[in-house]
Write a protein that binds this ligand. Sequence first.
Ligand code: ATP
Ligand code: MG
Length: 241
Amino acid sequence: MTELDPFTIKEVELLDYQKKVFKKIYNVITWLFSGEYSYLPFKGFLLYGPPGTGKSEIVKQVSKKVAEAYPNVKILFIDGADIASPKWGDAEKKLRDVFEISDYERRIIIFDDIESLMMSRGADIAKEWHYSINSVLFHALDFLDPSKCIVLSTTNRIDLVDDALKSRFYLIEIPEVPKEELYKLLDKTLVRIEIPEDVKMEIASKIRDKINTKKIIDLRGVLYEIALFVFNYVSEGEIHE
Ligand SMILES: Nc1ncnc2c1ncn2[C@@H]1O[C@H](COP(=O)(O)OP(=O)(O)OP(=O)(O)O)[C@@H](O)[C@H]1O
Ligand SMILES: [Mg+2]
């Protein structure tokens, strides 16, 4: 578990499809945080869709914005690796602590890759340990007051997420990224890299081809390819993969 200082979350300009989701989540959280809605059986959002489509980035940017708007907001970031880590020790207790909130505080809890924490009860891999984590989580969620604390979760394996968990969240699908948005990410990333203009153009054209032929289908793929080309250029003076 990491407590994130909103000012250390790097501000990223979101792509158009991300902005829409950002706005929806931001508006709902600020509405909930300015009222008394403890009776709503709604505990947060679950963003799901293929890998590398910018789900975690949306969640981080929303948390940053909310925490900057409300000075008493704490952001806790938890991923499956945290819970499974021996360093976490008594995982159930730690998980309970995540939901312990004082009266004057508000909280955003980010469960990144929530499937690794919360296996579907039907899944073969769900072991006893998961049952016990699941029950702590369900209990905590049922007592969670959404006008004080909101869970923002992501997964690229919605098939592994328990139905009972899904029913407590507002589900938002982040589908495969449209090519136009991949081109935009390519352009806006290259602009900030200091290499000669003609080299940039050549790299851009090679990556555009890959986007066009669906060899690259997500944001991570675009950033990875840019890095690869640029590393090879700066280390060898040549453009190749
Ligand atoms: N608008 C953006 N501008 C620049 N970089 C971005 C943007 N959105 C996401 N990224 C970067 O793209 C990469 C993939 O995004 P992210 O990790 O949010 O995807 P994800 O959907 O959570 O993937 P996974 O399902 O694999 O966890 C990350 O390096 C992220 O920082
Ligand atoms: Mg992610």
